[in-house]
Design a protein around this ligand. Structure first.
Ligand SMILES: Cc1ncc(COP(=O)(O)O)c(C=O)c1O
Length: 369
């Protein structure tokens, strides 16, 4: 029997929709999902094996449901790198920051409630909203992709969303959001509802500026979400976390599945956190490569959006998808996020970035401009 999704009794709001689907193509140079291109260093791989071997001896038991050791180490990392003190009670962890966001929307969104994001931004915010039955409101940005504060405040006052997403640096544009903007949106959200403001700092380690963690002080409705997928070079680990008032961490317990973080995940993340210094050295290298990509793309005559992340949005193209295909034909996979006229390239190793730059140089020459 030939059945499709829509032949099943799926929820109405899922009918006709597509899943998240960044292409996973087998090409020589993959610069499309903002991963860190450097494999984990061998001493860390050894340490992971050791920690996982230890954890394996207890796999007959459920893991630490509260992930106490891991959350303590994550709190130390946040405190050390931001100067703003957070402790175990402020931190929660899950399988990727996508799961953190899902738990937040299960807690503060849901049927009859809504969330707003300022688009273009990380598409999963809207998709997770849909998956949790939360209404989605697409808020505006300026043409240069910065948040239009006046329009954003107006949208918050009008729609009174339960959750406000602010992504800094923003994906796919790379745009950093100043603290004053987050404060303005937080105030608007409190006046309108009050609602939760989620600051998604997935790429903050690559930023020229500082983390917005200090804004958590006296703001119980603010959450900062983070991930080990980017700066830590551990996308395959699936470990995301948040920092917030302890009451937020308590609230999320109402929706998290028991034992959601496997003992193997906890052991692996703990090993990675022992090697924070080494892992963050790659961040400096990648920031240099990001800046090189910006410089070379500008020199080639492309427009580039100022980037505080490990990727660069470049354009403008009459037909961005056609250019995406031409770059792919040259063995380099970049991302077409559906932002009209723009593509996004992740900063890879110097060799990968050279391959990308050669491809766009060739395409530029072919077009005779
Ligand atoms: C802005 C943003 N937030 C969150 C995520 C999800 O990261 P994770 O791998 O932690 O689920 C991504 C991944 O690309 C992202 O771009």
């Amino acid at each position: 029997m030939n059945l499709g999704i829509d032949d099943l009794p799926v929820r109405d709001e899922l009918r006709g929709k597509s899943p998240y689907g960044a292409p996973q193509l087998d090409v020589p140079v993959r610069l499309n999902t903002n991963e860190n291109p450097y494999p984990l260093p061998e001493p860390l791989v050894e340490r992971i094996a050791e920690r996982v071997r230890e954890a394996a001896r207890d796999l007959n038991r459920y893991p630490d449901r509260d992930a106490v050791e891991l959350r303590t180490r994550l709190a130390e990392y946040l405190t050390d790198t931001s100067g703003y003190e957070v402790g175990l009670a402020n931190v929660w962890a899950a399988n990727g920051s996508n799961e953190v966001i899902q738990q937040l929307l299960q807690t503060f969104g849901g049927p009859g409630r809504s969330a707003i994001g300022f688009e273009p931004s990380y598409s999963m915010h809207g998709l997770i909203a849909r998956g949790t039955g939360t209404g989605w409101i697409s808020g505006p940005r300026h043409d240069d992709f910065t948040i239009d504060v006046a329009a954003a405040r107006k949208a918050i006052a009008e729609h009174r969303p339960d959750v406000v997403f602010v992504t800094t640096p923003n994906n796919p544009t790379g745009t950093a959001v100043p603290a004053e903007t987050v404060l303005a949106l937080y105030e608007a959200a409190q006046a309108a509802k009050p609602s939760m403001v989620i600051v998604d700092e997935a790429y903050i380690e690559f930023s020229h500026g500082d983390s917005l963690l200090p804004l958590l002080e006296d703001r119980p409705n603010l959450v900062v979400s983070r991930t080990m997928s980017k700066a830590f070079g551990a996308a395959g680990l699936r470990l995301g976390y948040l920092a917030a008032h302890p009451a937020v961490v308590d609230a999320v317990q109402l929706v998290r599945l028991p034992y959601h973080l496997s003992a193997v995940t906890q052991a692996t993340a703990l090993a990675a956190l022992e090697h924070t210094g080494t892992l963050l050295k790659y961040v400096e290298q990648l920031k240099g490569e990001r800046d090189r990509l910006v410089g070379e793309l500008l020199a080639l005559g492309y427009e580039v959006t100022a980037s505080d992340a490990n990727f660069v949005q470049f354009g403008r193209f009459d037909d961005a998808h056609d250019v995406w295909r031409k770059i792919l034909d040259r063995g380099v996979l970049v991302r077409d996020n559906g932002v009209p006229g723009w593509l996004r390239v992740t900063a890879g190793t110097p060799e990968e970035n050279d391959a990308f730059l050669d491809a766009v140089r060739e395409i530029k020459k072919e077009q005779g401009s």
